[in-house]
Design a protein around this ligand. Structure first.
Ligand SMILES: [Fe+2]
Ligand SMILES: [Fe+2]
Length: 285
């Protein structure tokens, strides 16, 4: 099967997750400059579960506001359109993609923990360097590996082959895919993001997170996600990591050199934030 056939097959899967209509609506509204706080709030307020989730999120330590935010219009004013949109997208996507069947040794919860870790680290890197919007980088980090979920749930045979090779030969997921499949999880994720009509920068950051392409629409965002992913993979649960940044793209190493040099100093704090974010996003209702 070649790449084209593979992606066509992906398009024809009837039960492929669609984004909840609320996300599509909000996305559309935010592309329109005339959208008012009132209109945006109205859309969100139609979904009571979403209201609860958003209010819990904005009042969590994750955003660190001192005064309590009790309604959506207030949340929109305090956090801004973009942050609200991204909170909405994060909550919806994790919900859409959880509780599905998992593979031996590949669990959805573990997957989301990794993704949230990369999201929080990306947000941190963006905030420190001011290279891109921290919120946009959060989403890009959260979704960078979404193609792996698609593979594990809709292309079980292919996923099984790759996973076996990861476990038995010790190849990285990406290396194993390169050897065994016509497309990799980054391309698959990018394809899905396009189908979901996400911004081009987000599609690019997902598609090229393992193979940097200089000509993308937002190179800084791509470099941030790529670097955050490598840092998180280096860290793997112990604070005494010995950072190995040989896998990081040279352009990323240049642009983020300050953060890479001091990673051992700041990462423990970010690790705490990651834990708080996991607690929030992955907690059952
Ligand atoms: Fe990846
Ligand atoms: Fe990753």
């Amino acid at each position: 099967m070649d790449a084209q056939t593979f992606l066509k097959k992906l398009d024809s899967i009837p039960e492929l997750p669609t984004l909840p209509t609320i996300v599509l609506k909000v996305n559309k509204m935010l592309q329109d400059y005339d959208t008012s706080i009132k209109n945006l709030s109205k859309i969100i307020e139609r979904d009571q579960a979403m209201v609860t989730k958003i209010l819990r999120l904005v009042n969590s330590t994750f955003y660190g506001f001192r005064s309590r935010i009790t309604n959506i219009p207030h949340a929109v004013i305090v956090l801004g359109f973009n942050t609200i949109r991204n909170a909405l997208v994060s909550v919806s996507i994790i919900k859409t993609f959880s509780g599905e069947k998992s593979f031996e040794g590949f669990e959805i919860t573990g997957f989301w923990k990794h993704s949230i870790a990369v999201a929080v680290t990306s947000r941190y890197l963006a905030g420190q360097t001011r290279l891109d919007s921290p919120d946009d980088c959060f989403i890009a980090g959260l979704l960078h590996d979404i193609g792996k979920l698609v593979l594990s749930q809709y292309f079980t045979e292919s996923f099984g082959l790759v996973w076996k090779s990861v476990k038995e030969v010790g190849l990285s997921f990406y290396e194993a895919e390169k050897k065994l499949l016509p497309v990799n999880h980054a391309q698959i994720g990018g394809h899905l993001a396009k189908k979901w009509q996400f911004p081009v920068s987000l599609i690019d950051s997902i598609t090229y997170h393992h193979a940097i392409r200089k000509g993308v629409s937002n190179l800084n965002q791509l470099l941030i996600v790529h670097t955050a992913n490598t840092i998180v993979n280096n860290y793997k649960g112990d604070l005494e990591m010995r950072p190995d940044f040989s896998m990081i793209d040279s352009e990323a190493r240049k642009v983020l050199s300050g953060q890479l040099e001091t990673v051992l100093e700041w990462f423990p704090d970010v690790a705490g934030e990651i834990e708080a974010a996991c607690e929030f996003f992955l907690k059952e209702e």
